[in-house]
Write a new protein. Structure first.
Lengths: 387, 710
């Protein structure tokens, strides 16, 4: 006796409900984790990882659900009572629910320490929590698999696998212009290679026309770019991109506040704190944690290689002295950021940190307007921008 | 008509099978190690196990050892049965088997030692290249002689694929491996720069096509209908997709070089031929999947078919994705990122890995005249493998796309939002963790599989010689009724071979000849000068350490790249680069304009321990470069070799090269000493610094030249 459509749909609905529940549970820790990420620390990649695995889990649950439908069908057919299959669904739902509840419970503490920001965190992603969630999800799948397995065994420990007929839907034959499987003898060729026979089915029309379409498209592509030259190639694209960017930047700078350059820079105590952060991120590798010098010169003494006037220091940071190993920072830092870090550097004078590097360059004393850098560094590195 | 009896030789089939899964295990294990090295750089313990040396070992082991032995296993089994004859020569079979294993062992020794030609998937040095060519010829002779002494009139589609594979791989390997030896372990590619890149990716792409794809399609055409016991869906489709596939595939190589200094016309050819490849590739998938019509019941129960279905599906996904990645606007995002890594692993883990194991589960019980030891374990393997693929690929897709978007983001002020490359690396490290987990799952599955296969072998009795009988072919053949044109070629293997060769040679010739002969394709730049002897040594160290595995030297013409790295790369800059070092993945930043960016002492400290200069860096430390003496034995030989390759050193320069080397060394020693670093002379680090400081300076210092020339 085959189960009716009606029975099938009840089972399917029940399964869908179970799946939905699990998905909702899954999404909850993800949301919690996202909320736990401190605001303003960039995108939460953690959430992406979770979404990936939530999706994976959904697939797993769907597969398990599929299995359950088959199982139920099997029980129903062999034992003949609807009651049994209902019981089975209830059991299954309970199993799933318990497992998921466990997961949710365990996930919550996993997310809480993340909020405390004590766990190793890279760019707003809490690695430990991510791994914990992943492991938990794997665990849930494992638990469900084991439950199903034991269920299978309790139903009929020694029975062979249920033989359920399964075939691809018929519309695929129409779609592929295949000869129906019942008539395949009509297109059977007389080939026989070690028992392998060959049919002479049509090329699937969608395949054939798709192929022809890509060929036409290809001629069109070559014609468009290389014969009609209707659109720019890589160098032209680049020129357009740079032009658009320059326009956008000019537009922005025209309206932007706090704009500053090497001519307008003034020491501003309010910039020092922000400048210290920029220094720690970008400069300390060469100039030392406290500006005492290392690969690069000491910034705390009164000696300067390229001028100690604030305008000159700004220039040095902005355009760099590539020949001496100081790179240009104008593509890395905004003009305000350069101003901030320059103010910080100017604030370092006389701080006398430990292990200072020996003085390099000439003495510069504040207010000495005659001492400016010999030549502006600007033209040297601007070359990288020209084309 | 006399019926002859004969014996199939299963010995070498069995040997190749064991070699395949045992090397497969090694290759995957190395893969797991390199995946973990990206998360825990401390795992780069000694110089021989740094990422740059192990990653080529991983790729070579998986491609040539795991899949290579898998191909031979399948060919040796199916060929005999499809032709109703024994392999032509047992001796050649033995030479083929042992020769191939020796090559693998040689690779496993030389690659960690840093003996490398520095071209991806063609890293092995010239003596091994020659050995590969010879063994490949042995395989070819054995296969062709078997075909010529067959008892089956027509060749089945699987054999068409074997023939095309053989001739094309021979052509690819030989053309790409032309190199000039300077010692037993070192050679320089005959080609330079953009031309070398074009040849290399013609090879690299078609290694995928004709080593990982066409032979496996041949195996699919034999083992899938056998396992499903169903007729092949469409003979017509086989013919069309076979010829279309081998003709179109060969052209698509330049899609690995989109937006590089390769001439635009060649890039466009790469794009359109990749797009045209969708249908021929899918022809194979359709023919595989639709062969299973009427056998889906079995698919649900038989692990062999399960593996095969996932394999063929993965093949379909990868061959759809490939053309999409060849569209320039998509490639602008995907290139240099982990997206590509995800893409190839769908192919390697899904298509090659699963098809190999599907075949093994079918084949081994037959070789041992027994049943599979455990269907349940095979299913466990299947699920571990499938989950492994998902856990591998999905995070890599996410990570790759995320990182690429971070590279490209600008602030409204027009500066890069993430100017520090390291920030974008650290952002995707969690994805690397999950990827390693995926790899681990897959490896666990493989381990379960190997156990299962060993147990199967143990419980059965090996049938080395399998009796068979078939009527001999009659000398005179008159086809009954009219024969299609293709049916005629199917009984003429030599014509099949020649046609295949013509079809696969066309694409390469049309792309190579103009790039090599027409000067406008690689415009020369007057300011680009040959490397000094010290820089040349430094470059060889760069190649030896496999820096190209993580660092590109090819800045694409995008604002996000020129702002980050400097002026975009010009074809004329690479004319003295034997071999080219464009790279294909940016785990670290591009280095083409590294020269002059940092002081010498920065590089010294960075090589000693990258985290000194770049806290949080995942690059391995290279203290051994600081310790090792520079081997200057071959300085003169290197200069002479370069001269032979057309690099314009003055006549007789090799005699004074050593003096120049010492002079340049002294300037770098002095600059290091200024920052308090004392380096004795003749150390490798000085040569490497010299090379890194030279990178990209020829036109950086002289922008007008570049502007005029382009």
């Amino acid at each position: 006796m085959r189960p009716s459509i009606y029975h099938k749909s009840i089972i399917a609905l029940a399964m869908a409900a179970v799946s939905c529940m699990s998905y909702a549970q899954d999404a909850a820790p993800a949301a919690a984790a996202q909320a736990a990420t401190p605001a303003g620390s960039g995108q939460s990649y953690f959430a992406y990882v979770l979404i990936i695995f939530a999706t994976l889990l959904l697939f797993a649950v769907a597969a398990l659900g599929q299995m359950l439908i088959r199982l139920t069908e099997y029980v129903y057919r062999n034992k003949g009572t609807m009651a049994k299959s209902v019981v089975l669904i209830m059991m299954m739902a309970a199993t799933a629910h318990t497992a998921l509840a466990q997961e949710a419970a365990a996930a919550a503490p996993g997310a809480t320490p993340a909020a405390a920001a004590s766990a190793p965190s890279i760019f707003g992603i809490d690695v430990t929590a991510a791994i914990a969630i992943i492991l938990l999800e794997a665990l849930v799948i494992a638990v469900m698999l084991i439950r199903i397995w034991s269920l299978l065994n309790t139903i009929n420990p020694k029975a062979a696998k249920p033989a359920i007929h399964f075939e691809l839907p018929k519309f695929l034959d129409r779609f592929n212009a295949s000869v129906a499987i019942e008539h395949e003898q009509d297109v059977m060729l007389d080939h026989d290679y070690d028992g392998i026979k060959e049919l002479d089915n049509n090329l699937p029309p969608w395949w054939k026309y798709g192929f022809i379409f890509t060929i036409i498209w290809s001629f069109g592509y070559i014609g468009y770019y290389h014969i009609a030259e209707a659109a720019p190639l890589s160098a032209g694209e680049y020129a357009n991109e740079m032009e658009a960017a320059k326009k956008a930047k000019d537009e922005y700078m025209r309206t932007a506040k706090n704009n500053v350059d090497e001519n307008t820079i003034k020491f501003d105590q309010a910039y020092v704190a922000e400048g210290a952060k920029i220094f720690a991120d970008n400069c300390k590798a060469c100039h030392g944690e406290k500006g005492e010098g290392g690969v690069g010169p000491n910034l705390t003494d009164q000696y300067w290689l390229h001028g100690g006037k604030i305008n000159d220091v700004f220039k040095t940071v902005k355009y760099g002295w590539p020949a001496n190993g100081m790179k240009s920072w104008q593509t890395d830092l905004s003009s305000v950021q350069i101003a901030q870090v320059v103010c910080y550097v100017k604030s370092l004078k006389g701080t006398n940190p430990p292990n200072p590097k020996a003085p390099q360059g000439t003495v510069y004393s504040e207010g000495d307007s005659t001492q400016t850098a010999a030549a502006p560094a600007a033209p040297v590195d601007s070359t990288t921008k020209s084309n | 008509m006399t019926v002859e009896t004969f014996k199939y030789d299963n010995r070498w089939v069995r040997n190749f099978a064991f070699a395949s899964f045992l090397w497969g295990f090694v290759g995957m294990l190395v893969g797991l190690i390199v995946a973990l090295q990206l998360v825990f750089p401390q795992l780069n313990v000694v110089e021989w196990t740094t990422f740059g040396r192990l990653r080529p070992l991983h790729t070579n082991a998986v491609i040539f050892a795991f899949v290579g032995n898998g191909i031979f296993m399948g060919v040796y089994y199916s060929l005999q049965r499809l032709l109703k004859t024994r392999m032509w020569s047992d001796v050649l079979s033995a030479i083929h088997f042992w020769g191939w294993q020796l090559i693998i062992v040689a690779a496993a020794i030389t690659l960690p030692l840093g003996i490398t030609a520095g071209k991806e998937y063609a890293e092995l040095e010239w003596p091994i290249d020659i050995a590969i060519a010879l063994i490949w010829v042995v395989f070819g002779i054995n296969m062709f002689a078997t075909i010529l002494t067959r008892r089956e009139r027509h060749l089945y589609v699987a054999i068409w694929f074997y023939i095309a594979t053989w001739i094309t791989v021979a052509m690819l390997h030989i053309v790409n491996s032309f190199e000039l030896p300077i010692s037993a372990f070192k050679s320089y590619s005959l080609y330079a720069g953009v031309q070398d890149a074009l040849v290399q990716w013609w090879y690299g792409h078609n290694a995928v096509a004709f080593f990982l794809t066409t032979p496996y399609l041949g195996l699919m055409y034999y083992f899938l209908p056998k396992a499903a016991n169903r007729p092949v869906y469409s003979y017509r489709l086989s013919i069309i997709h076979f010829w279309a596939l081998i003709f179109l595939y060969i052209w698509a190589g330049p899609h690995h070089l989109l937006y590089t200094a390769l001439p635009d016309w060649a890039q466009s050819l790469g794009t359109v031929f990749s797009v045209m490849l969708i249908a021929p590739s899918w022809g194979g998938m359709i023919n595989g999947l639709l062969t299973l019509r009427g056998a889906w019941d079995k698919v649900r129960e038989d692990p062999v078919l399960k593996f095969m279905v996932v394999a063929v599906t993965a093949y379909g996904m990868a061959t759809f994705e490939g053309p999409m990645l060849s569209i320039k606007s998509v490639n602008a995002i995907s290139h240099y990122t982990d997206w590509t890594i995800a893409h190839v692993h769908i192919g390697a883990l899904g298509w090659n890995g699963f098809l190999t194991f599907g075949i093994l589960y079918w084949l081994l019980p037959r070789l041992y005249n027994t049943k599979l030891f455990s269907i349940r374990l095979a299913n466990v393997h299947f699920w571990l493998g499938t989950l492994g693929i998902l856990f591998y690929a999905i995070p890599m897709y996410w990570g790759g796309i995320n990182q690429s978007l971070m590279w490209k983001q600008f602030t409204p002020e027009g500066i890069l939002k993430y100017p520090n490359f390291l920030e974008t690396v650290n952002a995707i490290r969690p994805f690397y963790v999950v990827r390693a987990l995926g790899g681990l799952l897959y490896l666990l599955g493989t381990t379960v599989g190997i156990y299962n296969l060993f147990k199967t072998a143990a419980q059965g009795k090996f049938v080395a010689e399998e009796e068979a009988s078939a009527p001999a072919l009659e000398k005179n053949y008159t086809p009954h009724g009219s024969e299609g044109w293709h049916r005629v070629i199917e009984r003429r293997p030599v014509q099949m071979l020649i046609f295949s060769f013509i079809v696969v040679a066309i694409g390469g010739i049309i792309e190579f000849v103009p790039t090599f002969l027409i000067e406008s394709n690689v415009p020369s730049i007057a300011s680009v000068k040959p490397y000094t002897p010290l820089e040349l040594h430094g470059r060889d160290i760069y190649v030896r350490e496999g820096c190209y595995n993580c660092h590109s030297q090819m800045i694409r013409p995008f604002r996000s790249e020129t702002e980050r790295y400097g002026e975009y790369s010009k074809a004329g800059e690479f004319v003295y680069d034997h071999p080219f070092q464009f790279g294909s993945k940016r785990t670290g930043p591009d280095l083409q304009r590294e020269g002059g960016k940092y002081p010498d002492s920065w590089h010294y400290n960075h090589m000693l321990d990258p985290t000194i200069m770049s806290p949080g860096s995942i690059m391995p430390a290279y203290p051994h470069i600081i310790d090792h003496d520079l081997d200057t034995t071959y300085t003169a030989a290197k200069i002479k070799a370069m001269q032979m390759l057309g690099v314009p050193y003055p006549k007789g320069y090799e005699t004074i090269a050593g003096t120049d080397l010492v002079k340049q060394e002294a300037t770098i020693q002095a600059s290091l000493a200024k920052d308090g670093i004392k380096v004795p002379k003749n150390k490798e680090i000085i040569a490497l610094i010299a090379y890194l400081q030279r990178l990209g300076r020829d036109i950086k210092m002289n922008p007008q030249t570049a502007a005029v020339q382009n």
